[in-house]
Design a protein around this ligand. Structure first.
Ligand code: 13P
Ligand code: SF4
Length: 304
């Protein structure tokens, strides 16, 4: 049955000249059929480079598909489930961002890629968790406006030695803020020989106790380091799936087994098949918004 669906997906992909991009949090079976698996930055770069495909099937959440549609406007971008939302992306409204800008007219605006297209259109530059420090360091002045993740805002301020004006004050990821100091303490006890890596979306007290703070792409690279034999992984559960797949001789322990991003798991093989067959659900961004957001995304890509 599964083999059948995979064969059908392969056939449709060829027929329609489509490519499948998948985020590192996608379930194993989606990672396995994808042409490319990566973090938000790697997926954005890939989406900007797929010149020979007509369709991009985006296995991830909607801000990722929106970003691909903005950066590759000539492609049809499909999201296999149109409910695959990232809660954080909706945590800052256009009005709140504009208000912060009017209060701080001299501060550049950095939007985390986990945000909606209309808020990106108000940004000077976009960042991901992989390049936030580099992006913020590239800006003039001591202050910068940051939205919507409070934790990534404080982390990039620390990396760049600048002051973050974060909007809103409670923007967060419900998966990464689950991790607590007690989880780190327990992991140290349970796995005394393992290193601990956490995502920048985690709270500062958790980040401070970890050995490394990395984007999901950074975790993939870290896991390949010969000095790493055992790694406790403080991010969404399926990142460990990719790490184990690529490093079968090493041990990976999720920092919490309940760290699920529920909307990432809405993508299934059946939905990828339907998506390719029916060419649904197309993700589009109105050109007046897209053209402004594209400038902010391209500035980030130029730094990468
Ligand atoms: P990465 O860019 O590190 O893959 O993170 C994306 C994300 O949504 C984290 O929750
Ligand atoms: Fe959004 Fe958190 Fe899911 Fe990442 S893990 S997509 S930030 S809800």
């Amino acid at each position: 049955m599964i083999d059948n669906i995979i064969n059908e997906i392969e056939k449709l992909k060829e027929e329609k000249n489509a490519i499948i991009l998948a985020h590192n949090y996608q379930p194993k079976e989606i990672q396995e059929i994808a042409d490319f698996v990566g973090d938000s930055l790697e997926l954005c770069i890939k989406a900007s480079q797929v010149d020979d495909a007509d369709i991009i099937v985006f296995c991830g959440v909607n801000f990722m598909a929106e970003t691909a549609a903005i950066i590759s406007p000539e492609k049809k971008v499909l999201l296999p489930d149109n409910r695959a939302n990232c809660q954080m992306a909706d945590m800052v409204s256009l009005e709140e961002l504009k208000q912060k800008k009017s209060e701080n007219p001299d501060s550049p605006v950095v939007l985390y890629v986990n945000s909606r297209a209309e808020t990106k259109s108000e940004a000077d530059i976009v960042c991901t968790s992989a390049n936030a420090g580099k992006v913020v360091s590239s800006l003039d002045g001591d202050n910068f406006i940051f939205a919507p993740d409070y934790n990534l805002g404080t982390y990039s301020a620390k990396l760049s030695d600048k002051n973050a004006l974060i909007v809103p004050e409670d923007g967060h990821c419900y998966v990464h803020t689950m991790f607590k100091v007690e989880d780190i303490e327990k992991a140290r006890e349970d796995h005394p020989n393992a290193k601990i890596v956490v995502h920048p979306e985690c709270n500062d007290d958790v980040r401070q106790l970890a050995d490394y703070v990395e984007s999901t792409g950074g975790m993939v690279r870290l896991a390949k380091d010969p000095s790493i034999k055992e790694l406790v992984v403080g991010t969404e559960i399926d990142l460990a799936t990719r790490l184990k797949r690529e490093n079968p001789d090493k041990e990976f322990y999720p920092l919490r087994r309940d760290a699920f991003c529920l909307t990432m798991k809405l993508i299934t093989l059946e939905k990828v098949f339907e998506c390719l067959k029916e060419e649904k659900y197309e993700v589009t961004v109105d050109e007046p918004i897209a053209s402004k957001a594209r400038v902010a995304i391209q500035r980030m890509l130029d730094l990468s």
